[in-house]
Ligand binder design. Structure first.
Ligand code: CTP
Ligand code: CA
Length: 223
């Protein structure tokens, strides 16, 4: 019903969305990850689809069903996510990186499960590539949207990411506020725009946050 009632104001927009966590494997049965549920990215994909956009969703492992009418590409690691995103970047006119990409991966991945040992174990990690920063370096006139989860100095850090990654918009999430953020159906975000505008949204369902973000994507896309 929502799909029928929505204005088709994103008709013709080709939107690439990433969502969910990544998994960085240590061996075939163990990985490093984070509690991202994927809900914010899926809400964006669904809202954009309902407004007439063509949507490709690159998703890390989530418990959510594939949204109808959206091409879903399932990936696990940050490196797989990077490959999937870069492959579809030329196609897209706008990209929203809602995925919680792991910043590090184990320096080595064992081919077989390692039996536990009694001794203390030190894990060596190497940094993952910053996918969104790479997109920002190319830019190619595309609308770029990032998300930032911060627990302190949120506005300054989010603004830093907006500039450093050459984005049009970044949505700042406060993870230490109760009942919002990771895994919850609601979110309380501040939108920071390239032109200096700051839009503080009240706590609202992720779907509504998605609609507000898409209003701004539309504005940037049109201009
Ligand atoms: N991001 C990305 N690739 C990474 C890390 C982050 O594309 N390897 C994207 C996220 O999807 C998000 C934005 O960059 O849209 C900001 O992510 P965040 O983790 O807040 O930023 P980082 O640059 O990783 O900084 P921090 O040290 O605060 O984690
Ligand atoms: Ca990070």
């Amino acid at each position: 019903l929502q799909a029928l009632l929505a204005p088709k104001d994103l008709q013709g927009l080709r939107l690439l969305v990433s969502a969910g966590p990544t998994r960085e494997y240590l061996d075939p049965v163990r990985f490093l990850s984070n509690p991202s549920s994927g809900r914010m990215g899926y809400a964006l994909a669904e809202a954009a689809r309902d407004r007439g956009a063509e949507v490709v969703l690159v998703s890390g492992p989530t418990a959510l069903p594939d949204p109808w009418g959206v091409e879903v590409v399932r990936v696990e690691s940050a490196l797989e996510m990077r490959k999937a995103i870069l492959e579809r970047y030329p196609w897209a006119e706008a990209v929203a990186m809602a995925a919680a990409v792991a910043d590090y991966r184990p320096a080595e991945v064992l081919a077989d499960k390692e039996p536990k040992a009694v001794a203390e174990k030190v894990l060596r990690l190497v940094p993952n590539p910053d996918i969104l920063k790479e997109l920002g370096e190319r830019k190619d006139g595309k609308v770029l949207v990032g998300f930032a989860m911060e627990t302190a100095e949120g506005l300054e850090r989010a603004r830093g990411k907006l500039l450093r990654k050459n984005l049009d918009l970044i949505a700042l999430n406060w993870v230490n506020r109760e009942g919002v953020g990771f895994g919850s159906p609601e979110n309380e975000v501040v939108l920071l725009l390239r032109d200096g505008r700051v839009v503080e949204l009240p706590r609202m369902p992720k779907r509504q946050v998605a609609e507000r973000i898409l209003d701004l994507v539309r504005e940037f896309w049109r201009s």
